[in-house]
Design a protein around this ligand. Structure first.
Ligand code: HEC
Length: 127
């Protein structure tokens, strides 16, 4: 039996055992959330070459030959396939290169994921 308050309203319910158990889970759930965010961020290195190809067509094709079927642009910039076939080509180094502003090249303000995707796409051109 619940004792009514003086104004006659029923007493607000105390949290049940189940509620308390759920409250204790909140830090665990929050931790999983953060862990997932961190993992997703670092899996920026699980590059998406198809996305890189889209970026290349949109932002790089003015100056670079970004695909085998593209006609040569009027620029001294190296075709991406040439870059990819160079000895010692390294996609991670290329991604870092793309993140730092480069003389003669506009600063594209690429995100790390975009740079990684571009590098993966350029790497795929070496085959
Ligand atoms: C405005 C023209 C322009 C645009 C747009 C441009 N680039 Fe370049 N890029 C150049 C030029 C010019 C060079 C040669 C730079 C040099 O020799 O210092 C270059 C060099 C590079 C190199 C080094 C090539 C080498 O010979 O080692 C890479 C890699 C590269 N660009 C990637 C990209 C990517 C990826 C994009 C798109 C996000 C892009 N560029 C957009 C003009 C451009």
């Amino acid at each position: 039996m619940t004792t009514p308050f003086r104004d006659g309203l029923p007493r607000p319910q105390r949290p049940t055992k189940i509620d308390e158990a759920n409250m204790k889970k909140i830090p665990i759930v929050a931790f999983c959330f953060i862990a997932q965010m961190v993992l997703t961020e670092s899996s920026g290195w699980a590059a998406d070459a198809r996305h890189g190809e889209q970026i290349a067509h949109r932002w790089c094709a003015d100056c670079h030959v970004v695909a085998p079927n593209q006609r040569r642009p009027t620029s001294e910039a190296a075709p991406f396939a040439t870059v990819a076939r160079r000895p010692g080509f390294n996609a991670e180094q290329l991604a870092f290169f793309l993140l730092s502003p480069h003389p003669k090249m506009p600063d594209m303000s690429l995100t790390r994921a975009e740079a990684t995707d571009l590098a993966a796409y350029i790497k795929s051109l070496s085959r």
